[in-house]
Design a protein around this ligand. Structure first.
Ligand SMILES: [Zn+2]
Length: 196
């Protein structure tokens, strides 16, 4: 199979609360690109405990090939690792890369790369997360994914579509605290609140 050389570059943002399946959607697109012989690089900021040595797994066990995955702590490090023949740049958790990623994404697209980002749009307080507003404004395509609200009252879960991330440990006040379901849960607008 010969891959198309005529693809057009664009910015896609995959957005949603924690536990909404952003990385799962990134992996779905990764698989499609790979099946079409596109060269893909996936950038992540940190190594996570759930990753094996030579591969990266999503929460639910989907695997990105380790040779396509590049741990990069900032956008300059991403840029240094971009290969000339790469067609698609994927960045997981783009909110952690700060405002610099907005300008860089434009540059990468101008250089012919397809850029696909996952993005947590708001922090646990419901405030816009770093570069999220600009990235959503500049996206050619926005894919929004939803979790289900886990607010529990009178013996029943809400289970409406959740667009926000609620921190269940209210004594922790820092904005960026890496955690999983022991600390965060998806909530709908009605059930998302934040006590200053
Ligand atoms: Zn709810």
């Amino acid at each position: 199979m010969v891959k198309s050389t005529d693809h057009h570059a664009y910015l896609e943002v995959i957005t949603g609360a924690m536990f909404s399946g952003k990385t799962r959607e990134l992996h779905r697109q990764y698989s499609v690109f790979k099946s079409c012989q596109f060269n893909v690089q996936v950038f992540k900021r940190d190594i996570d405990d759930r990753y094996g040595k030579d591969e990266i797994k999503t929460h639910d066990g989907l695997i990105f090939d380790g040779k396509d995955v590049f741990i990069s702590k900032d956008v300059n490090e991403i840029e240094k690792k971009i290969k000339k023949d790469t067609d698609v740049l994927m960045v997981d958790e783009a909110q952690f890369y700060g405002s610099e990623i907005v300008e860089k994404a434009d540059k990468w697209i101008n250089n012919g790369k397809i850029v696909v980002l996952t993005l947590l749009p708001t922090d646990y307080r419901g405030m816009t997360f770093g570069p999220a507003g600009d990235l959503l404004a500049k996206a050619d395509k926005i894919t929004q994914v939803f979790a289900r609200c886990l607010h529990y009252e009178n013996g029943v879960y809400c289970h409406k579509p959740a667009t926000r991330t609620f921190r269940t440990k209210s004594d922790i006040k820092e904005v960026v605290v890496i955690g999983g379901s022991e600390m965060y849960e998806p909530r709908c607008r009605q059930h998302h609140f934040f006590n200053k």
